[in-house]
Ligand binder design. Structure first.
Ligand SMILES: C[S@@+](CC[C@H](N)C(=O)[O-])C[C@H]1O[C@@H](n2cnc3c(N)ncnc32)[C@H](O)[C@@H]1O
Length: 260
């Protein structure tokens, strides 16, 4: 499979940067996952890894009124958009957006009460990400993250090929649970994101924006071909979502302090 062209990335980012969020998730799921963090500190230090434009960061601000949240993403334009949101809403004391690599966060070890990450840890490999999160969390601190998982074997070749491009090591729920356990965490709970968490803030706005961009790029065959390619993702979900899911996992760094 060849690398996508520069034009692909140009159109891809024009589409994705304009969306409310860059992956599945919603406020209700964030609330449900937070409900599993029963012993969270009263004014928790929160780290949102791979925050994108910060849709879930703002949910965390609303759901954890005393938290201070550091939000990291490697894509500078997304952090610029989150900074604008933070400024518009007067949240400068609550949210610190930072451009950075979640594999090498510039934070003190054992300084975080809750690491949050929606649809992003897989970018640096789940086992590696769990090591990074373990080192950042205080003993007893919480890790809440979503990850794509296969729901059943033998997906249609188009579905398999699509995930192989972005997440070739994607496993099933027991694989993630084993990684959590091996990573020095104790599972608190997990649940599957409902279908509306794919559509309301992600695929429906994506399909609307693709239509807008099709208008903008009418006559530009290369851009239209990229948009047609990107439109296949929500369409695949419409047809084949029984083969895969996004799972929310909540775990706690083991109290003992020892590493994985
Ligand atoms: C699927 S998006 C999810 C964004 C956001 N959490 C959401 O749910 O809307 C994954 C995000 O991870 C970011 N990312 C990928 N690799 C990263 C890395 N090494 N360090 C920090 N962010 C990274 C991408 O830029 C992207 O914004």
């Amino acid at each position: 499979m060849s690398e996508p062209s520069p034009r692909f990335w140009e159109v891809f980012f024009e589409l994705y940067e304009g969306l409310p969020r860059q992956g599945p998730g919603n406020r209700g799921c964030a609330d449900e996952a937070l409900g599993l963090c029963r012993d969270l500190a009263s004014s928790p230090a929160v780290l949102d890894l791979g925050c994108g434009v910060g849709c879930q960061t703002i949910h965390l601000v609303e759901l954890l009124p005393s938290a201070v949240i550091t939000a990291i993403d490697s894509h500078a334009p997304s952090i610029a958009r989150l900074r604008e949101t933070v400024a518009e809403r007067g949240l400068g004391e609550r949210v610190r957006p930072m451009v950075g690599d979640m594999a090498k966060p510039e934070m003190l070890p054992e300084s975080i009460d809750l690491v949050w990450s929606e649809g992003a840890l897989y970018n640096i490999g789940i086992e590696n990400a769990l090591r990074v999160c373990h080192a950042l969390l205080r003993p007893g601190g919480y890790l809440a993250f979503t990850d794509a998982v296969w729901r059943k074997g033998d997906p249609p070749p188009k579905v398999k090929a699509s995930f192989d491009l972005d997440y070739p090591t994607m496993g099933r729920i027991p694989d993630v649970l084993a990684a959590i356990d091996n990573g020095g965490f104790v599972l608190v709970g997990h649940f599957t994101l409902p279908d509306e968490a794919w559509w309301d803030d992600f695929y429906s706005p994506m399909e609307r924006r693709i239509e807008v961009l099709r208008g903008k790029y009418a006559g530009d065959a290369e851009a239209l071909a990229v948009l047609n390619q990107l439109a296949q993702e929500p369409e695949m979900h419409r047809r084949h979502s029984d083969y895969y899911a996004y799972e929310f996992f909540v775990a706690r760094r083991a109290m003992g302090g020892g590493g994985p």
